[in-house]
Design a protein around this ligand. Structure first.
Ligand code: UD1
Length: 388
C-alpha cells in the first residue's frame, strides 16, 4: 500500500456527500469555492448511501448541485457494512485523483468513512459542522461526530459552543474556526423559490383546501423513534390526537414507511388529520416548513431550519446536539412521551409557540467564510507555515 496520496498543486478538494442532509451543506460551499479568485477546484463524490431518486436526484436539482463526478453506489447495509463499503470504494478514488483536502460535512456514516480513509493517507480532512455533541453515544451520528473531529485537520463550527466541546476532547484550538451555518446559506438562497404548501399537497393528490386553516409538519426517521413498534405506535397515536386540532403533513422517510409496514401499522397513518407525503424535494420542504404553524421532528437539521425561519419546533428527542436552537431559537425538546408531545403541541397552538432570534453568523455567508479561510490555510500549508 502506498503511504501517501500524491497531492499535486492542481489536485482537487474532494467534497463528499452521501445522505440527504449533506447536500444543502455542500452546495453553497462548492459555489463559494468556484467563485473564489483563483477558484478552488473540486471533485464531487457521492457515496450512494442515499440512492432513491426522492432522496437524491430531486435534491441535487433543487440545490443546483452538479452531477457527482464519482458515485460509489454503496447503498444500504448495517452500519459496519455501509461504513466499510464506503471506505473500500473511496480509497481508490482518492488514490486516482489525489486531493489537496477531503471535505466532509455533518455526521452521517459517509462522513466518518471518507474522513478515515483520507486521514490514513495523510490527506488533510476538513470537517464542516464540527463540534456538535448530543452526549448520547447510542446515536450513531454521535460516534461519527466524535471520531471525525478527532482526525480532522480543519474544523468549521456552526455555533460558538461547539468550540468548547472540541477543546474538552483535546482538539487544538488553532484547528477550529467559527464560520456559521452553511445549511442556512442554502435556506436563505432558496427561500424565495420555495414551493407553496398547497402545491406540494396537490402534487400528491390531496385537496389543498384541507390546510387552508394552517398545518403542522412532521418528520420522523431516527432509529430510536421508528425502529421499535412500542415506541413508534404511541408517537403516532400522539400525532393523531394533535391532528384532530391541526392537520399534520407528514413527509415520510423510507425507513419509517418500511417499519410501519413491517409492524402492521400502516393503517394508523390513514387518520383523518394526516396528509402523508413521500420524501419531499428541498424547495417543497422549505415551503412546508416556512408555512407551518409548528413543526414536530426528530431531525437535526430541521431544528436549525425552523430556528432560521422563526417557526416553532417541537423535537421528539431527549437531547439535542444543537443547543443554540433551544437557547436562542424556536426549538423545544419534548421527548417521546405521548402525553408530553400532545401537551406541548396544544400549548404551542394555543400560545403561538416559542419565538426566537437568529443565531450569530446564520446569515447566509458561512460558505464564503469557509472558502476564504480554507484557501488561506492551504496556501499557508504549501509554504509550511500553517503550524499543523
Ligand atoms: C441517515 C443518517 C442520518 C440522517 C438521515 C437523513 C447515518 C448514520 N444516518 O439515516 O443521520 O439524519 O440519513 O435521511 O448516516 N433507504 C431507502 N432509500 C434511500 C436510502 C435509504 O429506501 O435512498 C432506506 C433503506 O431501507 C435503509 C434505510 O432507509 O436501510 C435507512 O437508510 P440509511 O442511509 O442507513 O440511514 P438513514 O436512516 O436515512
Amino acid at each position: 500500500m502506498k503511504e501517501h496520496t500524491t497531492s499535486s498543486a492542481d489536485a482537487p478538494i474532494i467534497c463528499v456527500v452521501g445522505a440527504r442532509p449533506n447536500y444543502m451543506k455542500v452546495a453553497p460551499i462548492m459555489r463559494a469555492f468556484a467563485e473564489l479568485r483563483p477558484a478552488l477546484r473540486t471533485l464531487l463524490v457521492h457515496t450512494g448511501q442515499h440512492y432513491d431518486p426522492l432522496m437524491k436526484d430531486r435534491l441535487f436539482l433543487d440545490l443546483e448541485l452538479p452531477e457527482p463526478d464519482v458515485n460509489l453506489a454503496v447503498g444500504s447495509g448495517s452500519h459496519a457494512v455501509q461504513t466499510a463499503e464506503v471506505m473500500r470504494r473511496f480509497e481508490p478514488v482518492l488514490e486516482e485523483h489525489g486531493a489537496k483536502a477531503v471535505l466532509v460535512a455533518g455526521d452521517v456514516n459517509s462522513t466518518l468513512a471518507c474522513a478515515l480513509v483520507a486521514a490514513k493517507r495523510h490527506v488533510p480532512v476538513v470537517h464542516v459542522e464540527a463540534g456538535l455533541r448530543s452526549y448520547d453515544r447510542r446515536m450513531p451520528e454521535e460516534i461519527n461526530r466524535v471520531l471525525t473531529d478527532q482526525i480532522a485537520d480543519v474544523l468549521y463550527t456552526t455555533e460558538r459552543g461547539a468550540r468548547d466541546n472540541l477543546l474538552r476532547e483535546g482538539i487544538a484550538p488553532e484547528r477550529i474556526e467559527f464560520v456559521g451555518n452553511v445549511m442556512i446559506d442554502s435556506l436563505r438562497a432558496n427561500l424565495v423559490k420555495a414551493t407553496p404548501p398547497a402545491q406540494s399537497l396537490a402534487a400528491a393528490g390531496f385537496d389543498a383546501g384541507r390546510i387552508a386553516g394552517g398545518h403542522g409538519l412532521v418528520t420522523l426517521h431516527r432509529p430510536s423513534n421508528v425502529d421499535r413498534p412500542e415506541i413508534l405506535g404511541p408517537i403516532i397515536d400522539a400525532l393523531r390526537r394533535i391532528g384532530e386540532r391541526l392537520p399534520l403533513v407528514i413527509a415520510l422517510h423510507p425507513r419509517t414507511r418500511a417499519n410501519l409496514e413491517r409492524f402492521g401499522m400502516l393503517d394508523r397513518i390513514g387518520a383523518p388529520g394526516f396528509l402523508i407525503l413521500p420524501p419531499q424535494g428541498y424547495l417543497e420542504m422549505l415551503g412546508l416548513m416556512a408555512g407551518a404553524r409548528m413543526v414536530l421532528t426528530d431531525s437535526g437539521g430541521i431544528q436549525e431550519e425552523t430556528t432560521a425561519l422563526g417557526v416553532p419546533c417541537l423535537t421528539l428527542r431527549e437531547n439535542t446536539e444543537r443547543p443554540i436552537t433551544i437557547e436562542q431559537g424556536t426549538n423545544t425538546l419534548v421527548g417521546i412521551d405521548p402525553e408530553a408531545i400532545v401537551a406541548a403541541a396544544l400549548a404551542a397552538l394555543d400560545g403561538g409557540g416559542k419565538a426566537g432570534r437568529e443565531p450569530e453568523y446564520w446569515d447566509g455567508r458561512a460558505a464564503r467564510r469557509i472558502a476564504a479561510h480554507l484557501a488561506a490555510w492551504l496556501a499557508a500549508r504549501r509554504e509550511g507555515t500553517s503550524g499543523i
